[in-house]
Design a protein around this ligand. Sequence first.
Ligand code: SAJ
Length: 410
Amino acid sequence: MTDKFDICVLGLGYIGLPTASIFATKGKSVLGVDVQPHVVETIKQGRIHIQEPDLDVLVRAAVQSGNLKAAAKPSSAETFIIAVPTPFHETENGREPDLRYVESAARSIAEVIEPGALVILESTSPVGTTEKVRDWLIDELAGKYSSADFHFAHCPERILPGQMLKELVSNDRISGGLTSEASARAKRLYEVFCSAEIYVTDARTAELAKLTENSFRDVNIAFANELSIICDELGIDVWELIQLANRHPRVNILRPGPGVGGHCIAVDPWFIVSAAPNKARLIRTAREVNDSKPNYILEMVRQKAARFRDPVIACLGLTFKADVDDMRESPALHIVESIVDQKLGKVLVAEPHTRQLPSSLSATATLLVAEEAVRAADIVLLLVDHKPFKSISKRLLEQRVVIDTRGCWA
Ligand code: SAJ
């Protein structure tokens, strides 16, 4: 009989790894499971494979304490936490949730789970997925146990990349069980490290709450992006407009950008649209507004470049948002790749969070520090408002065509 872990976390990414580590540093025996061998090996050595401030210190402490182990397969545990990716994929009727990783994780537990265990789904998922986790597990158990032998809950995360460890402890959470006992058990578990409120509800409400949070943000970003397009049309400075409108005590307009990136805000609203396609009209339109912004910026670059015989274009920033190194689903990267593909000019890139250009740009663009790129350019395209870019001299910029998609120098 192998000794049972307190917790088995399936998926050691941006959510699973910090969660597994913080439980381990609080004295829980934790097994972290990931299907990628290099991830398991890296964590076994007490190192990390993702960038997040202070995460390396936490993981090293967790592994050195002996409380965090890593493996490719799950072992028996009191609680299983599923924190695997939930992307969407394009189908004939639009963008549909892709739950293959959740299903695979749920089925992999069947081999080791024992009666009484709690299964928590943390991955952001469409409404009804926690019930599917139960059904996939019971199906895989093939009659060995029934669903009444286990407890199931959805406990979504809302930590902000770049300040995850702080928010992991200080954010309120939601514990949404298929039964009230599951909600209560999950709430007690997270109280091990969460110092904020843990609100109890049912699984479907918890699933939609997470999608709602990110959809709220996407709709509000779309409002800002649409305003920026209208202001271009009307010859108004959108940054001044928003600053003035936000002086209203109950108005808080977000910031326009070159599009919406990352693997959350640009994805989660589609889960609501796919669940209620004829009802989620505003949420769908917001996605379409945000998804169209990169091409809008590209068209602006094309028009400005047409004024030069051999334009040199300095592109500042490739990541999906300021002061992170993550380029996943980055509109900035998409725009620069399009500028190169469409041969709009000689492309210089400044990106303080990388030492080398992504392979899609390495043969066709040049990586420079921001000042050098700006000095050598006819057109300066600000795509990400990284802190270092804010100090570029106004005098340098005044002598060039500037497209500031973030209001970095507004
Ligand atoms: N963006 C704008 N204008 C703004 C705010 C953001 O264009 O005013 C853009 C950013 O540049 C970026 C994208 O939107 O490309 C998303 O950035 P973000 O900071 O809004 O979102 P994430 O993906 O880093 O984190 C979000 C957070 N959710 C909310 O703020 C409601 C975080 O709390 C979640 O945990 C995370 O999604 C997640 O994993 O769901």
